[in-house]
Design a protein around this ligand. Structure first.
Ligand SMILES: [Zn+2]
Length: 452
């Protein structure tokens, strides 16, 4: 059974689902005002891998990840560029999915847009105000954090220490420095929606709690995001759910940061500043491999050097998949798959799973070298199961050559020429084959040709 570290409980616990065989998960999506950065890429991959592994294990997964399409950042950018905020959001959402598709992250089952839920959010805030769990000020509506007895659960701090540590803000109308906005009253010219407190827009924490409860219902299984979201964002989502009498997520999962090294923006090191930048110059599968070779709760360093290293490791996997892919299909090794499951079930030990994968590839290559085709084919079947479970697509064996263009005959003529040591004729035949679009390789069995 899968065990995961739970942020609220501070330990690794069994991942129990509300309904047998089904998983409901909510992962906080982007605020769409710029291109996705490497941290976005990482959290998306971490939760994509969890989702894929659960699906591979036979669960039916409902994966919700929102699009925050109204927010201060979007409004600021709209003002800078003198364009409507919704145009910025639409454009940046396209760029977001370009990045996510690029790194092979499966699209969510639902991607609710905050602007489509404003009416429901207004109702939710009104309920909290009516219960005196929230109050109106001159610039919005705020949540009273002291109505939630265990506020600070995800921060792993008491409410008193959070209150003591909070930055004192200019807004003196707030009852407590850690109270947060549920509704923001609009300033002139800002996009806004009607509400009992005048025109305005919902606060970010309110958006997620309303959309998560609407699409997944009370007591859904898992809420996730980068570790920077645990407090205050997830804490505040949870506080609103608790105050309004809803059971919220059963399990909280957070991933570690991306580090881009000391020379953060150094172009001379060729390091990447955002995700699109990275996938333009690197096989996106290498980024997935790099992320998976680290544990999801540890930081991962994404630089030119670490992605190059991951690309090299990826080549080893591809090469084996190509070589062994020419053999008849084999059966996966159940013992190796059990070991893979044992590792993944231990708080998603993907570094362990990748060590296992590379051990298998080494064994597979040895079997190929020893012409032990049966073992090699079985190893490949195991490797393909594992890489499928974590969403890493390996190279296929190149399609067999069909002889309809006479290439096979040219290859045999080239063998004859080589046997006769007629090197010029052999070279000319190679050139002819290459011009037809083949890669020509000299092997112990003679000239082998493949579609390039
Ligand atoms: Zn959220």
């Amino acid at each position: 059974m899968l065990q995961l570290f739970d942020t609220a409980r501070g330990q690794i616990v069994p991942f129990e689902t509300r309904e047998p065989g089904k998983v409901s998960m909510y992962v906080c999506g982007p605020t769409v005002y710029g291109p996705p950065h490497l941290g976005h890429g990482r959290f998306s991959l971490v939760f994509d891998v969890l989702r894929r592994y659960l699906e591979w294990s036979g669960f039916e997964v409902t994966y919700v990840s929102n699009i925050t399409d109204i927010d201060d950042h979007i409004i600021d950018r709209a003002r800078e560029e003198d364009r409507p905020a919704d145009e910025i959001a639409r454009k940046c959402e396209k760029v977001w999915y370009k990045g996510m598709d690029g790194i092979g992250v499966k699209r969510p089952t639902h991607d609710p847009h905050a602007t489509a839920y404003v009416e429901r959010m207004v109702e939710f805030v009104a309920e909290l105000v009516n219960k005196d769990d929230a109050y109106e000020t001159s610039d919005g509506v705020y949540f009273s954090t002291d109505v939630v007895a265990d506020y600070g659960l995800l921060a792993r701090q008491s409410i008193d220490s959070l209150r003591a540590g909070a930055r004192v803000e200019a807004n003196e109308e707030k009852h407590s420095p850690i109270d947060f906005a549920l509704w923001k009253k609009a300033k002139p010219g800002e996009p806004s929606w009607p509400s009992p407190w005048g025109h305005g827009r919902p606060g970010w924490h309110t958006e997620c709690v309303v959309m998560a409860l609407d699409l997944l219902g009370d007591g859904f299984d898992l809420h996730g995001g980068g570790q920077d979201l645990a407090f205050p964002h997830h804490e505040n989502e949870r506080a609103q759910a608790v105050a309004s009498g809803h059971e919220f997520a059963t399990h909280w999962m957070h991933n570690g940061f991306v580090e881009i090294g000391g020379e953060k923006m150094s172009k001379s090191l060729g390091n990447f500043t955002n995700l699109l930048d990275l996938i333009k110059s690197t096989d996106p599968r290498a980024f997935r491999l790099l992320v998976l070779r680290g544990h999801y709760r540890s930081p991962v360093e994404v630089t030119k050097a670490t992605t190059d290293d991951a690309s090299q490791a990826l080549r080893r996997l591809d090469e084996f998949a190509r070589r062994a892919g020419e053999l008849p299909d084999g059966e996966p090794d159940p013992a190796a798959l059990d070991e893979f499951r044992r590792l993944m079930d231990d708080d998603l030990n993907t570094p362990g799973a990748f060590a296992l994968l590379f051990t298998l590839v080494r064994q597979g290559n040895q079997a190929l070298d020893a012409a032990d085709d049966g073992t090699a084919a079985s190893v490949l079947a195991t490797v393909r199961q594992i890489t499928t479970a974590v969403g890493l697509e390996l190279a296929e064996a190149r399609p067999p050559v069909t002889a309809d263009d006479g290439a096979e005959a040219l290859a045999r003529q080239r063998d004859d020429a080589r046997n006769a040591k007629e090197w010029d004729r052999a070279d000319a035949l190679r050139a002819e084959l290459e011009a037809l679009g083949y890669v020509v390789e000299d092997t112990a069995k003679g000239t082998q040709i493949r579609r390039s």
